[in-house]
Each structure stands twice: as C-alpha cells, then as structure tokens.
Design a protein around this ligand. Structure first.
Ligand code: FEO
Length: 397
C-alpha cells in the first residue's frame, strides 16, 4: 500500500521516493525512533529528464507506484550521488525499465556501484567535479563532496532552480507526510541526531564542503532522507554550529553501575561539577538509547566514562559505548575514565585501548575498589577541579 503519492517540489521537480514509517534501525546500528524516508527526485527539462538517486530496495513497490503516478515514460539520466544501497539498490531496475537511460556518476561512485550491484560499464557516463549536464532549459552541475557519507559522495546542483540535491548530507531520519521542513524543534532534533550518528566523523570535511557551497546561490536543499529545506540557512547554520570547533561548558557521563558503586561516584562527580558551574548530563547506558548519547556528543566539552568491572574488564555496554564514541569522533576536548572493580581490573586499560582517536584528550583515570571510600570521593572532587581548570582554559566559564 502506497502511503503517500509522489510529492511536488517545484513545477518540474518531484520527489518520487518512499517514506519508511516503520523502520527502527539503520545500518543495523542506528536506532530510528522517527522512521526515515528515501527521497528520489525527478527533474524534467525541456529536452531531457533526469532522476536523482533511487530508493531502498525494500520500498520498490512504493517507488514503482510513484513512477507510474508521475507518468515517467522516458528517462534520459539517472544520477547517482552516493552508492549506498538505500539510494542505489534499485538503480539496476531503473536501467532495465528505461533502456535508453544513462547512469551518470563520478569514477569512484561507479566503482562502488559496480562492486555492489549488477551494473554494466557501457551504461555509465563518468563526470568530474564541476561538470554540467544539460536537460534543455535546466542544467545540472556536479559538486564533488567526498565523505558525506562515503568517499564517493557528491552533490547535484540544479542551476536554474537553485536547488541543491545533497544526498545524505543535511538529511534527517524523519518519516513525515510533510514535503517541506517546518524548521521546528522536532526537525532540529532529528537533524542533530542524524548529524551525530552519520556525519560527525566527517566534521572537518563538512566544514570544507560548507565553505565550497558558499559559492552557490541555494534556495532549496533536497536531501535523500527527511524533509526538504526551503530555508537552507536553517539547516546549514546548524551544521556550521555543530562542526565549529567551539564546545559547550558541559560534561557528559555515560555510565554503567552494577551494584551502585559507580552510581555513587557519578552522583558525587555530578554534584562537584555542578557546584563549579559546569552542566552535567548523566547517561545510564543500560536505560538510554543511543541517540541520547550521540546528540550530547555534538557539542560537549568533556566526557567521563564510568564503568563497573565485569570479571576484569569494562562492562560490555561500556565497551560498546567507547567503541561508538571512538568511531563518531566528537569534537570533545577532554576525556576521563572512572572505574570500580572487585578483585582485579584491566577495566581502565581496556577502555583506553578502545579510544585510540582520543589519545590526546584523555587526561585522567580513577579506579577504586568496591564502593567509593572517602579517599576515592576526594579524588573525584579533584577530578572536578581539573575539569573546571580545563573548561576555564577553553574560555567556557
Ligand atoms: Fe542514506 Fe549513506 O546512505
């Protein structure tokens, strides 16, 4: 059952993609509390018609129904901005349905597509950064933008309509019947979470891409996930803030406490930091879902990992937490580790080894046996002093 017909974007641009209200997990990793969408666009020029990206294969039925409803009798080009299968998986079907259509993409994307899908060389036209493709009265320009999300990613810019087809970039995992963003708090949270979980590892590259895009007059951003932005500044200003080097006067404490010892230490640290004028976000990793952690990672100055010991290592949930944070590479400036153990521990050592991307940020570790004693609490108070000094050095208070 098609949940929504195709959506008109402008006079000659349509979104023929599909909304996935029910999907709960992306890449078998990222929870999707608000579902997602796979947007695919038709751009009709006076002489030629192009499709920009396709959709997730599981949504083939909806996609084909939208193509039929649009009445796409002839397709000249299918542009692939990104080879990941949620946008490319149905390209072979489109090439089969439209034997005249050329697949247009960059050399690297062509390579990935050929590895992932049955695509023949002779159907592909390779373009370079800055190349254009005429559709008659409309011109598509290709803007290479590697690493948002894979190394081959690129944008397509529709010059006459000033629309940026941004691929995964500037998207959000948000299933909505609205074609356009409401630019409200829900949109911002969805976009922030998406940034944290998909885009944050590429923060440095994103800053570069945002600068490059300043050379373009953009009136609309059409990503492949979530709503379209009629006010590009809404999402681009958020990305400027999130990718900026500035951090907030905030400590996040992801923790697991098996018998209350770590909980006591975390409460004590929270009190001590609050007394010093530092905001604290406790995240019980057993109770919280991943998005709570990832969104807090975007701007926080400091992370303190706090873990009980299971046998001699960190609690497995904290192993996962450390691995996720290491992979997402937040701009966090300071990291400390707090552990409690029963008889012997490699807990701190193991957590450190799981954070190779943060060797320079890791400044302190505290481990204590059993429940924290007066001496242990004193060390935790001293940790709060050190964090205060570091936040002062950063000019955060
Ligand atoms: Fe939405 Fe990187 O695929």
């Amino acid at each position: 059952m098609n949940q929504l017909a195709l959506r008109k974007v402008t006079e000659n641009v349509y979104n023929i993609g599909a909304i996935d209200w029910d999907r709960t997990l992306f890449d078998e990793l990222v929870p999707l509390p608000e579902g997602t969408s796979y947007n695919a666009y038709i751009v009709k020029g006076s002489q030629k018609t192009a499709m920009i990206d396709a959709v997730e294969p599981a949504k083939q039925e909806e996609f084909l129904r939208n193509i039929e409803e649009y009445g796409l009798e002839k397709l000249d080009y299918i542009i692939s901005n990104h080879a990941e299968q949620d946008h490319s998986g149905l390209i072979p079907l489109i090439l089969e349905m439209y034997p005249e259509a050329r697949l247009v993409t960059n050399e690297k994307c062509k390579g990935f597509l050929k590895e992932l899908l049955p695509i023949e060389d002779e159907r592909v036209d390779v373009i370079n950064d800055g190349d254009t493709l005429s559709l008659g009265d409309k011109t598509l320009e290709f803007i290479f933008a590697p690493l948002v999300h894979w190394p081959e990613t690129m944008f397509t810019y529709l010059r006459e309509d000033k629309i940026l087809f941004s691929g995964d970039f500037l998207g959000s995992h948000l299933a909505t019947s609205e074609t356009f963003s409401k630019d409200d708090a829900q949109t911002q949270m969805g976009a922030m979470r998406y940034y944290a979980e998909i885009m944050m590892p590429f923060r440095v590259m994103i800053k570069k891409h945002l600068r490059k895009l300043e050379n373009y007059d953009i009136e609309m951003v059409c990503p492949v996930h979530g709503p379209i932005y009629k006010n590009p500044d809404f999402i681009m200003d958020l990305y400027r803030e999130w990718t900026d080097d500035a951090v907030r006067n905030r400590v996040i404490i992801p923790f697991v406490s098996m018998h209350g010892s770590i909980r006591t230490a975390v409460e004590h640290l929270t009190d001590e930091l609050s007394r010093r004028g530092i905001e604290v976000i406790q995240i019980n990793m057993i109770e919280s879902e991943l998005g709570k952690l990832t969104t807090e990672l975007v701007n926080s100055a400091t992370i303190v990992f706090a873990s009980s010991t299971v046998l001699t290592g960190p609690h497995p949930t904290m192993v996962y937490t450390a691995a996720v944070i290491n992979a997402l590479r937040p701009k966090t400036r300071n990291i400390a580790i707090l552990t409690s153990f029963g008889w012997a521990s490699k807990c701190t050592e193991t957590l450190k080894s799981l954070l190779p991307n943060f060797k320079n940020q890791l400044f302190d570790t505290i481990d204590f046996k059993g429940h924290p004693k007066t001496e242990d609490l004193k060390r935790i108070s001293e940790l709060a002093d050190t964090i205060l000094a570091k936040h002062k050095e950063l000019g955060l208070l």
